[in-house]
Ligand binder design. Structure first.
Ligand code: ADP
Ligand code: ADP
Ligand code: MG
Length: 680
């Protein structure tokens, strides 16, 4: 087996490959960009080499530089992961010329499948069923329009070189054809450098069903069954599962055989995925082949009990496939959810920032292997980030993949729902709440699947913002009061002194306060203010939610986890504070309450002791202070440039600069500590 491999990727896939390599006793070399110096994939590999600045074009897409690193570090092979160089045939050739093994298919297979049009022609001759359409060379607009008319509307135009859901246009009627063709070609040339298009019948309510195939250099080729990836937004996968609900064994075998034929037609070796588009009646057509490991490969691993990265390594080393077709049975059901730093309410716009807190469900990480009784782990998380890491604007905003396994789909669904409720992220917007509504919604839970599921169910998937319930406010209030207690205990140490603590103890009568919060969550829609009156009692508080009153008391507290009684109900939740925002997680929901702290401005100097942070993502353009320097309140310490403006970070009080954490030219993320500062 290989002794050492280089992983030409980042994030979760780099960590995923490293985990298998470690288990197999193979050393790993990570490559990283300047934006990733402190990232998880660098930490989990045995060696790491900086290959360039943050933009992928100057780092992760620099094949030559990566090959030079492989040679210099003595790696024998390169694993490209997905994205980046994984489907780049020239890179595969260059590896071979340098005497390195490219862990993927032969360059010739990649070239054959690289153009959707050429791939369709090939599949036609291999008797793989195709969507009715035109995929020839004639790109004359009048001719293409005639083809559209012949196919019958709606028609889908696709960039031949396309990928990632880009370069596609649905055309409803002949009159719209020319305009759509022009805009499709424009996007194709700018995204893929090639404006060739193909036209297809646009299927109604189709499902995306794909087959995992694997071939070795000894002439063996098997299929590891199907994945259903119908739940998509903008033609990109959101939820994936295996097996596909409702798949009869005969159709599975027919699709598997078609996929194996497709792979054999291009002399395929290694892991590949043949994507089909299927009608509700089960008829299916070849769409494209992805000549790499797929993002959603874990669901296949879960139901077949295989490690597909291990298979890739063995095949690349020249070993035969570890299993034969008849040894590949399906056991149970698996679902994957892609957890993204994005804002579903704002058109799934990516969100960048720092993962200030990340609580993950009790998962067995990939490194730790299987669950009990020989079953796969009930919950697996493949992630490339840790608490404190940043999601930068340079790369894909995926935070993690949450994968569950169940004996059947019902159990898998329940586990997914539970795991999503336990996945808590503070610091940036995520799609977790959206995923939870999606998984629990009628359409997905009843397996009423097609690629339009999200759009069709937008009413329930994007509910109107509701008022923050009293329970969530109660958690924020209790967390605040408890934090005050901690702070005063730390100050006075002498808890026998009734004047030195903040327990609400007063000589004359009950102590009353008013807390004010703003609901900061519902994605930029108008914020709503909430007042909570608090009257201290010896064993708790009387809370007044503006008309509605209830007794509250703390039952248990364990870090951020709180159990409280509110009226006759006992509730469990967690509260994380991020600046003035209280993140309340309860009942599987996440509320963000901005606390309007009357003392905040009075105490600013003290609060600013410790670290000074970047107000937004940007670049450091000047560092005016140095380590060990005494500064006066208001002195400029660091200047950042962001959104074409300069921002001066000034000393909040007199004090000492203990450490400067960035240099001129460094990119910093929102909230990143810029320097360590001790107030005098
Ligand atoms: P799949 O079919 O496996 O779901 P996609 O076509 O969505 O794959 O792309 C695979 C992954 O690779 C995605 O996460 C995508 O964002 C990432 N990716 C694709 N191209 C690039 C690239 N040039 N640079 C970085 N990441 C990329
Ligand atoms: P990409 O390379 O971007 O992955 P694909 O050809 O795989 O492009 O198509 C992506 C998605 O677009 C599919 O998963 C499906 O949702 C939709 N799609 C593709 N072809 C058709 C079609 N003929 N009819 C309906 N939907 C389609
Ligand atoms: Mg595709």
């Amino acid at each position: 087996m290989f002794k050492k491999i280089l992983i030409a990727n980042r994030g979760e896939i780099a960590c995923r490959v490293a985990a298998t390599a470690r288990r197999m006793g193979i050393k790993t070399v990570a490559v990283y960009s300047e934006a990733d110096a402190g990232s998880k994939h660098v930490a989990v590999c045995d060696e790491a080499v900086l290959i360039g600045p943050a933009p992928a074009k100057e780092s992760y897409l620099c094949g030559e530089r990566i090959i030079a690193v492989a040679l210099a570090t003595g790696a024998q092979a390169i694993h490209p992961g997905y994205g980046f160089l994984s489907e780049n045939a020239d890179f595969a050739d260059a590896c071979e010329q340098a005497g390195l093994v490219f862990i993927g298919p032969p360059a010739s297979s990649m070239r054959a499948m690289g153009s959707k049009s050429a791939a369709k022609s090939l599949m036609e001759s291999a008797d793989v069923p195709l969507v009715p359409g035109y995929h020839g060379d004639n790109q004359d607009p009048d001719f293409l329009q005639q083809q559209g008319d012949r196919i019958g509307y709606p028609v889908l135009l696709k960039a031949s070189a396309g990928g990632g859901g880009k370069g596609m246009r649905v055309i409803e009627k002949s009159e719209d054809f020319k305009a759509a063709l022009e805009s499709c070609k424009r996007e194709a040339i700018s995204s893929f450098g090639d404006d060739k298009v193909l036209a297809e019948k646009y299927l109604q309510r189709p499902r995306h069903i794909e087959i995992q195939v694997f071939a070795d250099t000894h002439g063996n080729c098997v299929y590891l069954h199907e994945r259903d990836c119908s739940v998509q937004r903008r033609h990109q996968k959101v939820l994936e599962e295996a097996p596909a609900p409702g798949m009869p064994p005969e159709r599975r075998a027919a699709m598997g055989t078609a996929a194996v034929n497709a792979a054999k037609a291009v002399g395929y070796v290694g892991a590949g995925t043949v994507e089909f588009i299927a009608n509700q009646d089960g008829s299916f057509y070849f769409m494209e082949m992805n000549t790499r490991l797929q993002v959603e490969h874990p669901v296949t691993e879960m139901i077949t009990g295989t490690d597909l990265v291990e298979w890739q390594l063995r095949v690349a080393f020249g070993e035969p496939l570890p299993k034969k077709q008849e040894e590949l049975a399906i056991h149970g059901h698996s679902i994957e959810a892609r957890i993204y730093a994005e804002n579903p309410e704002k058109g799934f716009l990516p969100s960048i920032g720092t993962l200030r807190h990340m609580d993950t469900p009790g998962a067995v990480s990939f490194e730790l292997g299987a669950g009990s009784n020989g079953d796969p782990a009930p919950v697996r998380i493949d992630s490339g980030v840790r608490e404190g890491d940043a999601i930068s604007p340079f790369y894909d905003p995926m935070i993690a993949k949450l994968i569950v396994w169940g004996a059947d789909r019902t159990q898998a669904l329940a586990r997914m729902s539970q795991a999503l409720a336990e996945f808590r992220i503070v610091g940036l917007a995520t799609n977790i709440a959206f995923l939870k509504r999606l998984v629990e919604g009628g359409a997905f839970s009843q397996a009423d699947l097609d690629t339009g599921l999200i759009e069709r169910n937008s009413d329930t998937l994007f509910p109107a913002p509701r008022a923050v319930p009293a329970g969530a406010l109660a958690f924020a209030v209790v967390a605040l009061i408890e934090a005050e207690k901690d702070a005063s205990a730390a100050v006075s140490k002498n808890s026998a002194d009734p004047f030195g603590n903040a327990l609400g103890w007063r000589l004359n009568g009950a102590y009353k306060r008013q807390f004010s919060f703003a609901d900061d969550y519902s994605a930029g829609t108008d914020t709503k203010a909430y007042q909570v009156g608090v009257t201290y009692h010896p064993h708790g508080w009387e809370l007044d939610f503006g008309g509605m009153e209830a007794e509250a008391s703390l039952l248990k507290r364990d870090g951020a986890e709180l159990s409280i009684n509110l009226g006759a109900t006992s509730m469990h939740g967690a509260v994380r504070r991020d600046g003035d925002n209280f993140h309340v997680f309860t009942g599987g929901r996440h509320f963000v309450l901005a606390y309007n702290d009357p003392m905040a401005h009075a105490g600013e100097a003290e609060a600013a002791g410790g670290r000074l942070t970047a107000p937004m993502p940007g670049k450091v353009v000047a560092v005016l202070a140095s380590k060990g320097q005494q500064v006066k309140k208001g002195d400029a310490l660091v200047i950042m440039e962001a959104m074409k403006m300069e921002h001066t970070i000034a000393a909040p009080s007199d004090g000492l600069v203990e450490e400067i954490l960035y240099q001129v030219g460094d990119q910093v993320t929102d909230g990143a500590p810029l320097l360590a500062f001790a107030a005098a």
